[in-house]
Design a binder for this molecule. Sequence first.
Ligand code: ATP
Ligand code: MG
Length: 403
Amino acid sequence: MRPRVLSGMRPTGALHLGHFHGALKNWVRMQDDYDCFYFVADWHALTTHYEERDVMARHVYDMVIDWIAAGLDPERSTIFIQSRIPEHAELFTLLAMGTPLGWLERVPTYKDQIDKLKDRDLATYGFLGYPLLQAADILIYKAAYVPVGEDQASHVELTREVARRFNHLYGRHKDFDARVAAALARLGRDDVRYFDKQRKAYGETGSAEALAKGEALVRRAAAATDGWTDDDGETLLGHLRGSGRTILPEPQAMHTEVTKLPGLDGAKMSKSYGNAIAMREDPAEVRRKIERMPTDPARVRRGDPGNPEICPVYALHRIYSDAATRDWVVKGCTSAGIGCLDCKQPLVDAILAEQQPWRERAEPYLREPKKVHWIVEMGTERARTVARQTMRDVREAMGLSYG
Ligand code: ATP
Ligand code: MG
């Protein structure tokens, strides 16, 4: 089994080139090595867009078409909609019971976003809680990896803390202490002392070295002790990590190389800045947008030399053009050998060429929307099977299986 990766996107508008270069491109690549679960985070969209009830209906399936256009393969990736699997909400609720408020208030994006999105009223319970909903999204599929940009790393960290706490609270058998004592009794006195030393060091300082030493001892014991069972090993590892049995595995943040794509004005491309080119933007519109892009403001007349370093068009050349083209741009611009409109042409061509296969791949789904509905239906069914199993384990661990 390949390790599972989970990621989602909020259906708040047509995807643009920034979404492709910053996220989708990696999603496509990850299909080769991972069991990929990609979901439409419609509930997450509501955390900021709860007043706009027509937003989602317009964008959910359109976004999935953008995903497929970019190269997601529904045969290899599980594509689904968050709200169609209410188990996410159940796990969120159960995790919420034991999650300290301070953990959520301390998430760096919380205050950042409240400051940034001043025009929206985000003093809501849902907005404070959304990193915990994310934790539920991740843990319910026992994802091994979550691809993140820098700003989201703290969310994975929170997810890990939540999982650790959950396993610690509910992962112990009722007779856990007795099992620990029984397993320790099988070890020699020196080993017990050594093991306890590593356990304390790990518990107090989180030392990775102490953890590794403790784990190595358990492995040695497994190989060298008569009558040693897997359960003895599991019990001691749980004791070592202070976690008990692992019901919800801790995911790892996967730091992928992310290209931050600038928009038409040089700032980060974002639909809220009105500086975006949609993935499937009409070709004539792409040309119009690029041709109207501002350039180095010092370059007023055709004969004035320009400075590519401060030109938003050059910022896009850095991503879209090869070395020879960039060289041609720099020489032509700084010597006033080419005009701004000349400089923009290879960029228009490169963007149109990039978009061409997207348009082709999207076409059958636009013509026959049922096809994309069906893909989402299948993915949702696949995801639901996993989510249901996790919830059975969770309910049982929490003492909620009343038969
Ligand atoms: P927008 O910012 O256009 O309003 P959004 O807020 O709905 O879109 P985000 O959550 O900002 O969407 O982005 C979804 C994903 O796309 C994230 O992984 C984000 O890093 C990436 N992304 C968005 N814009 C860009 C960009 N200009 N360059 C690189 N990555 C981007
Ligand atoms: Mg954004």
